[in-house]
Design a protein around this ligand. Structure first.
Ligand code: ADP
Ligand code: C5P
Length: 242
């Protein structure tokens, strides 16, 4: 079948009691590129695993009254718009097997008022426009995916989303796009594409890429599972890689 087993490796060091770290997948790309859709498709296919999705949007700073009064001058696409220290501390806890409360950000009020409890999982999908910007966040990831969708497609989707879901005027959406979104994509998001292990054109429409990613995750988790249950087992490693 073209996939040759290359190594028989004795795994004597693993113990059934060892707390294994979750497999962390970072999914970055422009706004409305299809990051969430890609994550949803991966989660659907990983139905046998414990998977959790964490959005970088949850870590937006809440706006002060002063900032709210001049909201059209606020740059939501700049790295400083996010509380990255809080994201790092939440991820650290999840990696150590602890549950965390992650803020829920409201795009209409520009504030986080409530939070959601996230339990530790086998796979953590971390999704957001600027996830590859900070090297400390990149260092958390076992796999980095960049969703690459044309700018006109992203803008069309954004207009639809912001006018229908977020009750914004089309003029406001277009002004924000030319003033902040496009320049920040060019200055901060696109340059992080080089950190990706995998670049997915066409986002959620690219079923071949999603199948390959899911196969890779299952391979990684399967090896872990075998080591965990049978510490002295000989594991056949496959050459298959994306
Ligand atoms: P992101 O998480 O990158 O902002 P989403 O996955 O939320 O992107 O997609 C943004 C918007 O575009 C959503 O309204 C979604 O329904 C729509 N969308 C995403 N992928 C597709 C697609 N392949 N075809 C049509 N609409 C899509
Ligand atoms: O979900 P997505 O990755 O598209 O979210 C990021 C986008 O959300 C950014 O481009 C930012 O401009 C936009 N945003 C917004 N209003 C907010 C917070 C973020 O338009 N209050």
């Amino acid at each position: 079948n073209g996939v040759e087993p290359v190594a028989l490796q004795e795994t004597t060091s693993a113990s059934p009691d060892i707390q294994r770290q979750p497999f962390v997948i970072g999914v970055a790309g422009g706004a409305a590129s299809g990051k969430t859709s890609v994550c949803d498709l991966i989660i659907q296919q990983l139905h046998d695993q414990r998977v959790v999705l964490v959005n970088q949007d949850s870590f937006y700073h809440s706006l002060t009254e002063e900032e709210l009064a001049r909201v059209h001058e606020y740059n939501f696409d700049h790295p400083d718009a996010f509380d990255t220290d809080l994201l790092l501390s939440c991820m650290e806890k999840l990696r150590q097997g602890q549950a965390v409360d992650i803020p829920k950000y409201d795009f209409k009020t520009y504030k986080s008022t409530v939070s959601r409890r996230v339990n530790p999982s086998d796979v953590i999908l971390l999704e957001g426009i600027l996830l590859f910007h900070d090297p400390r966040v990149r260092a958390l990831m076992n796999m980095k995916i960049f969703v690459d969708t044309d700018a006109d497609v992203r803008l069309a989707r954004r207009i639809k989303r912001d006018t229908s879901q977020n009750d914004r005027e089309i003029g406001t959406v277009l002004d924000q796009y030319s003033k902040f979104v496009k320049p920040a994509f060019d200055d901060f998001i696109l340059p992080t594409k080089k950190y990706a292990d995998i670049i997915i054109p066409r986002g959620g429409d690219n079923h071949v890429a999603i199948d390959l990613i899911v196969q890779h995750i299952c391979t990684k988790l399967g090896q872990h599972d075998l080591c965990k249950i049978y510490p002295n087992l000989y594991v056949i490693q496959s050459t298959f890689q994306i």
